[in-house]
Design a protein around this ligand. Structure first.
Ligand SMILES: [Zn+2]
Length: 252
């Protein structure tokens, strides 16, 4: 029974992804070569932490790094069913690429979107709920700026520190769509997405957001986030948010 119900769930997810992403393709009927091929929609997912950095650890021992990797793999497994969607992870093992390497992966692959996943409660560790952040360096503190410069070294052709600035409007819309979809599944913290100086997004030359999906230091969140069924619900919400953003950004 358990196996049958897991299969049913998977089938439902497959139907959902086919429905969402198939409908969004502007030329779903045009496979004859009469129109130019639609470029792949490339999603780079960054499972936060990993390796020697577990992130926050729940009272039962479930680490943030394990949650973010499990959720990223679930999202990839469903999204990559659609042939014109390509999904890459910044890490697929228990390892910890540095923050700039994570953003570089999105830049190198020319990602349409870059999602960094976390579950540590964000800047207020006692907080409850989820929050989607987009990078806003108007709030950049001199310390954060100095740290970014120390990491990136001498100026490059395009300043690493300014890479995300050209995508801020698009990243904000992406944050709004993900916020709307996730709020159907998990309690929202505050009034919706927030701008903040987010180090891992700073050098992303693509639309990019960071999602804090709850707070693993709370036993209640640890119980939910360690459940595959709950992560399935989060996966569906992320797919819906991405699809809504893609329709706005590219039409269809
Ligand atoms: Zn984190």
């Amino acid at each position: 029974m358990k196996r049958a119900s897991a299969l049913n769930k998977l089938l439902l997810l497959v139907l959902l992804v086919n429905c969402l992403w198939g409908a969004a393709r502007p030329d779903a009927r045009a496979e004859t070569g009469a129109r130019p091929p639609v470029p792949d929609f490339i999603v780079v997912i960054d499972p936060g932490h990993g390796g020697g950095d577990p992130g926050v650890v729940g009272p039962g021992g479930f680490p943030e790094a394990g949650f973010t990797l499990a959720l990223a793999r679930q999202i990839r497994a469903i999204l990559q069913i659609e042939p014109r969607v390509k999904v890459f992870l910044t890490r697929d093992e228990d390892e910890s690429p540095d923050l700039d390497a994570r953003a570089s992966t999105a830049n190198r692959l020319r990602a349409d979107v870059f999602l960094s996943l976390h579950a540590g409660g964000g800047p207020a560790p006692s907080s409850v709920g989820f929050k989607v952040f987009f990078h806003d360096d108007r709030l950049q503190t001199p310390a954060v700026e100095a740290e970014a410069e120390a990491r990136t070294g001498p100026p490059r052709i395009k300043s690493w520190r300014l890479a995300q600035q050209g995508h801020q409007a698009s990243s904000k819309r992406l944050a709004l769509e993900l916020d709307r979809a996730l709020s159907q599944v998990i309690r929202r913290k505050g009034d919706g997405p927030a701008g903040a100086p987010v180090a891992v997004l700073t050098g992303a030359d693509r639309p990019a957001v960071l999602i804090e999906i709850g707070n693993l230091t709370r036993a209640e969140d640890e119980g939910r986030l360690s459940s595959q069924a709950y992560r399935d619900a989060l996966t569906r919400a992320v797919l819906q948010g991405l699809d809504a953003w893609r329709r706005r950004a590219y039409g269809g």
